[in-house]
Write a protein that binds this ligand. Structure first.
Ligand code: CTP
Ligand code: MG
Length: 393
């Protein structure tokens, strides 16, 4: 099996950013830039080991930071870098196991890399020996003099902007470092080219920017916010129960004084059942009968609000939050208006939602149909769930 390692150089001082701390530790969309970067590599199935190379005086604090963000376990090593980027990468190479076949070098300051791009660079290096992410140059290029006068236009055809990941067989990269590692270069491909190794281009994305100047922070923050937009999931539920004598009438968790109740295995709270079904529907998780079968004793006469709490908990486990709910009871009698406020309180508490996001209304059907004939009560519910997507890639 091919083993792949990532080296993440993050030992620079970030002088062009002009902050009072190295840019890779700057907070962006809720976490340090370097943490965003490492997370994508941790999430990449093709990467087995990760070496993060940081300024010598930050090795310890970076290890602590990784622990804080739950990234310390497993295969992430932290080591001290050198004066130039290439010295830092070399320090990372020195830590790699001899069993590593492919190594991917990726700037700590490129947090918008994706699992997909990592995978494509890895595959291209496995096929060709060495490959880097790059984007075709799209603007017209000018060669300018020191006085900012244009000297000439540079032919754009065939020009690419190099990015990272830069991937190569470990043996090829080690050889390149031995042959030409003292020459000043700004990326691994330059070393490989100087060592006579062919390097291939993998088309990356314009989004994979290296955070270099203050403007880049604004752009990266905007992109991250956009990709953090939750996806919205709609759900619908419907239920109906028949009137029965000698039963309590429970609707939305409220016991309502009436001559009859509703028949059912549980407390027959038709409203709460419709709401549970709507939430399960939005989750793509079937219906209430699947989760709480009426063949099971434990659900006999159960207060259905407990089922609702359980369903909301299941949604939360899957990263989904109830955003709002709208419920319509179809009921000829009794008159429900006096109980609606209490229902909203109980339901919104069970769902950890504010009351204005938990709407309950009731209607008659003007004596038409089964509800109009007082055979039972039915209820419709619609909900919106929001789901936070996993990190980019
Ligand atoms: N890097 C490194 N060791 C160095 C210099 C740079 O590991 N001696 C890392 C940076 O931390 C960054 C990546 O290499 O993640 C790309 O370098 P660059 O964007 O140039 O970062 P800095 O050198 O920190 O920034 P500047 O050039 O503005 O000082
Ligand atoms: Mg630099």
């Amino acid at each position: 099996m091919v083993t792949a390692a990532a080296i993440i150089p993050a030992a620079g001082s970030g002088s062009r950013m002009g902050l009072d701390h190295p840019k890779q530790y700057h907070f962006l969309a809720g976490a340090p830039i370097l943490i965003h970067t490492i997370r994508v590599f941790v999430a990449s199935p093709c990467i087995d080991n990760i070496v993060v190379v940081v300024p010598a005086d930050r090795v310890e604090s970076t290890s602590q930071l990784l622990a804080e963000y739950g990234l310390a376990e497993g295969s992430v090593l932290v080591t001290a870098g050198g004066r130039r980027r290439q010295d830092s990468v070399r320090a990372g190479l020195d830590l790699l196991d001899t069993g590593v076949d492919i190594v991917l070098v990726h700037d700590g300051a490129r947090p918008l890399v994706t699992v997909d791009l990592i995978e494509r660079c890895y595959r291209a290096a496995a096929e060709h020996g060495a490959a880097i992410a790059a984007v075709p140059v799209k603007d017209t290029l000018k060669k300018g003099g020191s006085d900012k006068r244009i000297l000439h236009t540079v032919e754009r055809e065939g020009l690419w902007q190099a990015q990272t990941p830069q991937a190569a067989r470990l043996s090829l990269l080690q050889r390149a470092y031995e042959l030409v590692g003292e020459r000043d270069v700004t990326d691994e491909a330059s070393l490989l080219e100087l060592a006579g190794t062919e390097v291939w281009l993998v088309e990356g994305t314009e989004v994979n920017i290296k955070i270099t100047r203050p403007d880049d922070l604004v752009i990266a923050e905007q992109i991250m916010k956009k990709s953090d937009v939750p996806s919205l999931l709609v759900g619908h539920g419907y239920d109906a129960h028949r009137f029965a004598p000698k039963r309590k009438l429970v609707l939305g968790g409220v016991t309502i004084p009436f001559a009859m109740g509703l028949a059912g295995h549980s407390d027959a709270d038709v409203l709460t059942h419709a709401l549970c079904d709507a939430i399960l529907g939005a989750m793509g998780a079937g219906d209430i009968g699947l989760h709480f079968p009426d063949s099971e004793k434990q659900f006999k006469n159960i207060y259905s609000i407990e089922l609702l709490q359980d369903v909301v908990g299941k949604a939360r486990e899957k990263g989904m939050e109830l955003s709002n709910a709208d419920v319509t009871l179809v009921c000829q009698e009794p008159k429900l208006a006096p109980f609606i406020a209490e229902m909203r309180t109980i339901l919104s508490e069970a769902c950890s939602l504010s009351e204005e996001r938990m709407n309950v209304k009731a209607t008659t059907t003007e004596k038409m149909g089964f509800t109009g004939r007082m055979e039972g009560i039915s209820c419709h519910a619609v909900v919106l769930l929001s789901k936070r997507e996993e990190k980019r890639g």
